[in-house]
Design a binder for this molecule. Structure first.
Ligand code: S3P
Length: 433
């Protein structure tokens, strides 16, 4: 249970590459494991979350090798085998929910477990559509949470209107649809990240997108094979977001992030920071399977803005940072339509409101967001991460601007998505004490 003390930065700037994208790494591990042939993966995020998913795929029959930063996954062709023990997905909602979809079409019983945080996250959202497709799913935790026991087998295609904007639920249904005979259709209320769709299309799946509706046509697992591939995982925009926000709020500074994923369904934070006054340029290579490129951020005196509606899914993991930017801006920043934040690794509305107040920021909690009034950040206190990696890292960025040092307790959680975070903070701010 290590803590970190962050003191105010005298300068922020530099050039950086961040580790691989977490969402994409999970999907590459899972889909390569059911492809035919051998996939080669560079840039895979070797964080606790993604390594748990990789181990789960090995336990389900894929042959996984790691050598010199390159991961090789020999696919099973679609037929996984029953693991010898429960699969431990650690802290990862993406890991457990997507894998539940994949296992819905496999003819054996599996149990999936996770850490304390994962045991508090709602799983009814995947149970409902996957049971409608024919799988048997028991939620063994309190209040419809993990552990999960799945008895998979024959699944039927469905048409499912998602009750919430969730890429994890969308992906779980599509992955179950891989084993179905016929057309599985998912309709989203708002567009969410589309990494699953992009990768399935690159593997040769018959998938089409029409507005908010995604259709996958399959002939069961024995139908046309999913091709293995050579995948380069771009840097994680959600990790870059910490340095982008740190730079945006620092008048006159410049930070450049290279080799980072620029999928438009992930980068709405850039629009928000531009509205707040920062100058941000992107250079995108749109020909890659996932748009990738570099970002140049020039800081400014920020001013408040409003964030809500369709923008929310495209910056869902960056909303704690919008709170941080709001604290450093002139005027009021409003976040609304973000009730989904309450069911993340922590209740990110409550944890950010508590932490922002603790360091001296004026903030009001609402059911689906918060109102943050910018001003000086007093600091001089200890705050908790609540075991949530993104809360620990967002508060560390705010600490760079506090009048007195901010101590953050229980920072080991950053290893779930960004093990190099403190080293990179040293490179950008050189004030991590
Ligand atoms: C993710 C989707 C989002 C996001 C999470 C990763 C994914 O969750 O918050 O960090 O990889 O599909 P929801 O689908 O629950 O919104």
């Amino acid at each position: 249970m290590t803590s970190k003390v962050i003191a105010s930065a005298s300068a922020i700037g530099g050039r950086l590459r961040v580790p691989g994208d977490k969402s994409i790494s999970h999907r590459v591990a899972m889909l390569s494991a059911i492809a035919s042939g051998t996939s080669e993966v560079s840039g895979f995020l070797c964080s606790e979350d993604c390594l748990n998913t990789l181990s789960a795929m090995a336990a389900l029959g894929a042959m996984v090798r790691q050598e010199d930063g390159l991961i090789t996954i020999e696919g099973t062709g679609g037929t996984l085998h029953a693991p010898q023990a429960a699969l431990d997905l650690g802290n990862s909602g993406t890991g457990i929910r997507l894998l539940a979809g994949l296992l819905a079409g496999q003819p054996f019983e599996v149990e999936m477990v996770g850490d304390v945080s994962l045991q508090s996250r709602p799983m009814g959202r995947i149970q409902k559509p996957l049971e409608a497709m024919g799988a048997h799913i028991e939620l063994l935790g309190e209040g419809g949470c993990a552990p999960i026991r799945i008895e998979g087998g024959v699944v039927n295609p469905i048409r499912y209107a998602l009750p919430m904007a969730s890429a994890q639920v969308k992906s779980a249904v599509l992955l179950a649809g891989l084993a179905a005979h016929g057309e599985t259709v998912v309709v989203e209320p708002r567009a969410t990240r589309d990494h699953t769709e992009r990768m399935l299309m690159a593997m040769g799946a018959d998938l089409s997108v029409d507005g908010l509706s995604i259709s996958l046509r399959r002939d069961g697992l024995s139908g046309p094979v999913l091709k293995s591939g050579v995948w380069h995982v771009p840097g994680d925009f959600s990790s870059a977001a910490f340095w982008i926000t740190a730079a945006a709020a620092s008048e006159g500074c410049e930070v450049i992030i290279e080799g980072v994923g620029l999928n438009p369904r992930r980068t709405a934070l850039l629009d928000v920071l531009r509205r707040m006054g920062a100058s941000i340029e992107c250079h995108v290579d749109a020909s890659a399977w996932e748009p990738t490129g570099s970002i140049v951020v020039r800081g400014a005196r920020l001013h408040g803005t409003e964030v809500g509606g369709d923008e929310i899914p495209n910056l869902i993991d960056e909303l704690p940072l919008v709170g941080v930017a709001g604290a450093l801006a002139e005027g009021v920043t409003v976040i609304r339509d973000a009730a989904e934040l309450r069911v993340k690794e922590s209740d990110r509305i409550a944890t950010m409101v508590t932490n922002l107040s603790a360091v001296g920021v004026a903030v009001d909690e609402t059911d689906d967001g918060m109102h943050v009034t910018g001003g000086r950040v007093a600091g001089g206190v200890a705050v908790k991460s609540y075991g949530d990696h993104r809360i620990a890292m967002a508060m560390a960025v705010l600490g760079l601007y506090a009048d007195r040092p901010v101590q953050i307790d229980n920072v080991a959680c950053v290893a779930t998505s960004y093990p190099e975070f403190w080293d990179d903070m040293g490179k950008i701010a050189e004030h991590d004490k």
